[in-house]
Write a protein that binds this ligand. Sequence first.
Ligand code: ADE
Ligand code: ZN
Length: 347
Amino acid sequence: RIDEDVIRALPKAEVHVHLEGGFELIDLLDLAKASGEALPGPARSLFDVSTHYSPELPEVTTGGADHGVGVGGLTGFLRFLDWECGLVRTAEQAARTAYRFAARESASGVRYADVVVNPTHWNAWRDRVPALFDAFAAGLDEAAQDGLAEIGLCASLLRQQTPGEAVEFAEWIVGARPRRVVALSIDGDERAAGRTGSRFADAFGRARDGGLHRTVHAGESSGPEGVWDAIRLLHAERIDHGVRAIEDPELVALLADSDISLGVCPRSNLSLGVYADWSEHPLERLRSAGVAVTVNTDDPAPLGTRLETEWAVCADTFDWTMSDVIGLARTSITASFAPPELRRDLL
Ligand code: ADE
Ligand code: ZN
């Protein structure tokens, strides 16, 4: 097995990870105390807290996962993210959240990360989203000054939003250019709203025309059609997850022939019931078909993992050599939206 210390030492990027998925138990205890709220359920572990939000019945997209792992499906998981982000009430707390996130990325040897942040989870900031992004940027600037990982933000829409809300958000980013925002993104539950690619085409078109990068959650809670829509309608440069592209050979061939990479998060897929176990996971089949894949954590704290662990488990499961892992590190950097000077430094 490739040592996690060796993986930590490799210069690398993480390209699919959510700021909302970075709160450790200690952060939640501090925030809950500050806001006078009780943690739901026992506070023995983050697992206990997050599973409190799981729906009664687990949802399984394709595999037969019985949710032994516990976070209980995407719907409950997204509700949990709403609750934890709702505890962040002040600019100081938002800045600390971003700073600690950068510190945790650095602890995994990540030098640059593209981080998804979806303001709809941060309930206390509904009418002051620009102030929320200012606070994140302040925390991330301080982190960079302290030598921690550089972070670019992928400002994210929720799948259930309306076309009008989406356009308004894209126009704000293109016009105001909030500090550290590098991309427009979309995440959330793709099933909750049906097939919605066309609904967001206008917003993503404006992002492209305004010089922003685009990354799209697809092929997790949607099938290959979600990935097709991300490419054809949303001008995606990168797909977050995208694993269900494997169900369509024509799509796999197109991806292999393109610069579009898949930000794969195998443990998230197992924990949230997209696949029942590692033997079903298509990561290696996509990689050997020539698709550019990266390995990421998605939501490391509630999923109970770190990037170096994910890479080590993948190397073990799929029999990767050290040279495969070095290749993965290079792909992580080329797939990232890091500024050109930093990319050159890291490659
Ligand atoms: N937000 C945080 N994690 C997510 C996931 N796995 N899918 C969609 N939206 C998310
Ligand atoms: Zn994600």
